[in-house]
Design a protein around this ligand. Sequence first.
Ligand code: C6P
Length: 415
Amino acid sequence: MVSIRKDFPILSRQVRGKPLVYLDNAATSQKPRAVIQALSEYYEQHNANVHRAVHTLGQEVTERYEEARQKVADFIGAPAEGIIFTRGTTEAINLVSYTWAEANISPGDEILTTPMEHHSNLLPWQRVAQARGASLKFIPMSPQGTLSLSALDTLLTERTKLVALTHMSNVLGAITPVKEIARRAHEKGALVLVDGAQSVPHIPVDVKDLDCDFLAFSGHKMLAPTGIGVLYVRPQVLETMEPFQLGGEMAREVWLDRATWNDLPIRFEAGTPNIAGAIALGVAVDYLRNLGMERVREHEIQLTGYALVRFQELPNTEVFGPWDTQQRGGIISFCHTGVHSHDLGTFLDHEGVAIRVGHHCAMPLMELLKVSATGRASFYIYNIKAEVDLLVETLQKAIRYFTPGPRRVARPTNS
Ligand code: C6P
């Protein structure tokens, strides 16, 4: 979507004297001017605390904060009372692990997840399993990210209390069949938590359609600032949950020895929240809705398909994840047999191209892929084919540069 590039001021900057080619969107997205302006307008015109003040500024920001909650709710097809603002996906998942899981996971219970989870959706469950005497089970998967659904026949039992899985792998780009897994988990009485950090910014997501009980995602990966994220909880489940943190605004009445809790979802937002961030997230949601999430998805399918074809020109380079663009998002992880990903990433940076290299906070998946690190290019709405071309051509140069002499001469090049 070339026309929207002008909305993103950072895209006109240079890096090391070259135009920035930003392909690290799975780590964090860039921000449109509308979001940046929402932040400065908030501090220049409205700044006050929410839910507390009778004065005009306080009322203005409370109204805007709650409007943002409604926008986020509509974006994922949820009721506003099921939307809790958090710092991000990590805090959202930890909230569930410290509240719902502590109260509902007992010795002998099982938590089912996958080997491709980001650490944020693995470590909290390791902790809960250890603390509660429960066990952690994993749905087997192929190196491309296809989950073995037939294994659910034996893996899902009456002991399964929670299925926690990513909707889109941050390494493979693989989209998981959440709907099917949720249906089968519910048949056994288990709840379903979806890590939507990589899906909500990129594909249409509707919690009613997925039929999940929890959905966690981060604003900063979907055009909003850092430090704001969302936990959706199915209201019937939320009503049963004890508060996560205790403090200001989450209590209704407080005595010296006890307290009662405020309405949902404020009960789960103790202390002063990230008001500016939440309002700016609302603006980011407006921006994405104006574009249309179907269009966002279609754009990324096109770009990813093009990139997958072009990556085949790279010698000795393995590309991970599904080949079918319908089954993956705009994330391409790759590994060269002879050149370390960090060298490739550094070379690309010298040409203004930003990708991520490393284990991507998914170390068990690296083990499954039998690599210690990958390079990862990830796309968003403002990326264009010319950037994919530059990425592939610069990778070709990097591979030639780092490959020892004779092979350098022998390989046909386009330089
Ligand atoms: N992945 C990446 O470069 P936070 O940091 O809380 O906003 O998001 C955590 C998280 C959870 N789940 C998935 C699937 C994720 O991809 C991430 C963040 C970034 O892949 C930073 S490690």
